[in-house]
Design a binder for this molecule. Sequence first.
Ligand code: PRX
Length: 635
Amino acid sequence: MSNYHIKHLEEYYQVYRKSVREPEHFWEEIAEEHFMWQRKWDNVLSWDFSKPEVKWFEGAQLNITENCIDRHLATRGNKTAILFEPNDPKEEAELITYNQLHERVNRFANVLKNQGIKKGDRVCIYLPMIPELAISVLACARIGAIHSVVFAGFSATALSTRINDSDCKMVITSDGSYRGAKTIDLKGIVDDALEDCSCVKTVLVAKRIHSNINMKEGRDKWLKPLLEEASTDCKAEVMNAEDPLFILYTSGSTGMPKGMVHTTAGYMVYAAYTFKNVFQYKEDDVYWCTADIGWITGHSYIVYGPLANGATTVMFEGVPSYPDFGRFWEIVEKHKVNQFYTAPTAIRALAKEGLELVEKHDLSSLKVLGSVGEPINEEAWHWYNDNVGKKKSPIVDTWWQTETGGIMITPIPFVTPTKPTYATLPFIGIQPALMDENGKELKGNQVEGRLCVKFPWPSMARTIWGNHQRYKDTYFSAFENKYFTGDGALRDEVGYYRITGRVDDVIIVSGHNLGTAPIEDAVNEHPAVAESAIVGFPHDVKGNALYGYVILKDTGESRNHDNLRKEINQIITEHIGPIAKLDKIQFTSGLPKTRSGKIMRRILRKIAHKDTSNLGDTSTLLNPEVVNDIMDNVL
Ligand code: PRX
């Protein structure tokens, strides 16, 4: 019997050891006993990190939607699969049973087919958090189309870059979206994006806000009539284990986002197995992850992981602050949520609003609390533990990435004793390594270094869409024969891991990954800007905020700095989205550079942190005099 559900610490250690000693045997048992296969694999794992190439369950055939939907129909047909909570609390929640989900996914899958979408085609999904988002994801998977969900907060430019990069044939969107008291013209953003995308032949439009939008003849089609006409019967496409399931873009250190490619079988097995254990999901529980399906957290832990376990998963359309900052707690009470998974930035924002809104609601249904996306600071951890969990619901601080597909380092609730700010122990099958700067692995405890993984796990991304070399360079070149995460971490005296933050040019703002290069590219588009450098600085709600150092072109004219700041942020909003706006913009005459012309970000970071007591060695700078100038004018 496989160890699908871990129940105590000794069992964790025992299963962990087994998963490391005999990984193939271990994962084979899990895959065999808990999933539905059309054909079993010939080989559990083949891998070579030097290429890099990783294949799990080669030769197997399956369809992930049969695992997430069809196989539950006999026993859970009338159980709620998706519980949709709308933006407006006065609008009724929608409960979609597994039977209904089956019918709706099949209809949608037939619409895709009728519109000419075939196995392997890329479909871009740009939707708010409404049921059509989860359903369209599953409909793509049903017919073997590769979905590329783009978070509906991204701008038209960001959207068109992503559509073009993976050559999407279709975009699925809505007339607009609700976000708190605001409405957003999503279709308008799609129209702007598509001016630059000749690959898109069809746009399917869901109605949500009933606004008056422009429908382009021949290209744009309302979804509803197509769904009504479509058959409710759609045979699941036979997929090979390593066929791509989806592409999801993440920021990198250059302007071009990286389209991480996840494949079918390994992703499914790992997302499902982690979900079951990390949230200790029991049959009648109501599970809620507050992320957006536009991010990996939503893919793995709103859609695929929960549904593969036959769970009830909540999808929330709105924001934590609407109609007031008690909304999350109101939803927990209303739907008797048992597992609640959110981001530290949300916890900090809610903590600021005081206890009254939390105490007003009955949170006694909660059993497990989760945190994801960025380090959770001690204060936020205690607030969450004391006031939301009432000290009885363990917090699982889950560390992972878009690239890893599933949770990698985490406590297992009621199994692993938690420790504030620590993601604690590697999940089953995960072999982390901490490396020093010379590429040597740091053995033993009480060490700190760069976080790598030295053995493949089933849900790791297999490549970057269209750019395997970049995949190799980014993740497999820094340390030989290891996957490099881009994060730093320490291992304490008992072997618990604490993630210390990014060690590259990615900054995590409110849990969103932002590469500095694309933001600098956007800033440099302003006609008055000669050069810019962006760093992060600590922010009490967002974790990090962005600080821009900007050199203006010398035109002889004087410019109003406040107006320039607004214009620069406007350009960033247009190119990337409002999440990438700069909190502070300092105009400066120069940037500290090495003799080879590289900006010394370390110094800029220290100045933005107001930590200038020890700037380190500045002797290698080409222009050391600018450092004092920048320090004197720091914001
Ligand atoms: O720096 C780590 C941070 O978020 C990065 C991954 O971001 P993304 O691909 O957007 O995925 C976020 C959701 C899985 C990581 O490299 N991060 C994520 N979770 C944690 C974290 N940092 C500290 N603690 C965490 N629990």
